[in-house]
Design a protein around this ligand. Structure first.
Ligand code: XMP
Length: 333
């Protein structure tokens, strides 16, 4: 473990030296702790010569894009561009039901939009007297990501496409000759969190659960339609709010409300309805390779279910996924 304040100063100096007085850096942010800490660190080191890009992929959580923008721009002073890709992503996801196909479309659409933005930033840089070329690409890679991608060479490489490490920079690097900058690659998650606190990042963000790049698209089984996204979002918002209100958010590692492909019958007032099935999932884990279902108080779980059925139109049932990993995974797809 590093002594944090020394590490921060050391990193800032190292980044300044590496990037030099003029070069610019771009990086994608998601609102998660890793990319936010990396972006805040870059801002501390080189100010507005660092350009953060947030791509709204249409499968972020309720109001998330707006909240991330507010936090990063206003509170953390990060030079941020938000790209509204929601319609494009959702149109490309139309008709896709295979988990890997969904991941691939989201990954490649992300790269398309990100590259477009990188080119725009480079063009703008050419017209700015004191700024040099965009030479670096920032990634918030942690030590466990490095290890995982090294061990991903076996058959497991095809199980899931993680675009945190690998796919994105490969295309960026080769296409535009950008050099990779990874200030967190020697740190573990708890160190990044401590790092974030020292950089003045709010505790809620520091302790935020990880959220996958493909967002709620891998929590909605089967086709991702705008209607199904809206339902999953509303249910998820209720679930997470009630977890926060109960003061148990930090007791679990990840939690979400997903959506099944099938529908089921329920009764609403006097009528029988045919509605969606929500799948709640909450797990505890230390390394994300194995996980256990979180043991809710049953009373709270029933309250959550009642609120979701009452408040989210179209939902007839709520289930709680009690599968461990393995054999289950944390996400539904
Ligand atoms: P699974 O579902 O494989 O998830 O048990 C393990 C951890 O990885 C995250 N995850 C992803 N993150 N892109 C990401 O950026 C992905 O395609 C992806 N798939 C899973 C998941 O949220 C959990 O933290």
């Amino acid at each position: 473990h590093w002594v944090m304040s020394d590490f921060i100063q050391h990193e800032i100096q190292r980044i300044r030296k590496l990037v030099g007085p003029k070069a610019q850096v771009i990086g994608a942010v998601s609102g998660g702790v890793d990319s936010t800490v990396a972006a805040r660190l870059m801002t501390e080191a080189i100010g507005d010569r660092f350009h953060a890009v947030l791509v709204d992929n249409g499968v972020m959580r309720l109001n998330e894009c707006q909240q991330v923008k507010e936090t990063l721009e206003k509170h953390l002073g990060i030079n941020l561009t938000v790209i509204d890709g929601a319609d494009l992503f959702l149109s490309r996801l139309k008709g896709l039901t295979e988990p890997e196909a969904k991941r691939k479309v989201i990954g490649s659409t992300f790269i398309d939009l990100f590259e477009e933005e990188a080119i725009r930033i480079e063009k703008a840089a050419e017209n700015t007297p004191n700024a040099g070329k965009v030479e670096y690409f920032l990634q918030g890679t942690l030590y466990p990501d490095v290890i995982e991608s090294l061990s991903f060479k076996g058959p497991s490489a095809t199980i899931k496409t993680h675009h945190n490490v690998g796919g994105l920079p490969a295309r960026m690097m080769n296409g535009q000759g950008l050099k990779l900058i990874e200030p967190l690659r020697e740190l573990f998650k708890d160190e990044v969190r401590e790092f974030g606190r020292q950089l003045g990042i709010h505790e809620d963000l520091v302790m935020r659960h990880p959220f996958p790049g493909p967002g709620i698209a891998i929590r909605i089984i089967g086709e991702v339609t705008p209607e199904r996204v809206a339902i999953a979002r509303k249910a998820d918002h209720i679930f997470i709010s009630m977890i926060r209100e109960a003061g148990i958010y930090n007791e679990m590692s990840q939690a979400y409300a997903g959506l099944d492909t099938n529908r089921a019958v329920g009764v609403m007032g006097d009528a029988r309805v045919y509605g969606y099935i929500i799948i709640l999932r909450a797990v505890t884990t230390t390394n994300f390779m194995t996980a256990e279902p979180y043991e809710f108080k049953f009373d709270l779980l029933k309250k959550i279910a009642r609120r979701i059925v009452n408040e989210v139109d179209g939902v007839a049932r709520v289930t709680y996924d009690i599968t461990s990993k393995p054999p289950g995974t944390i996400e539904l797809e």
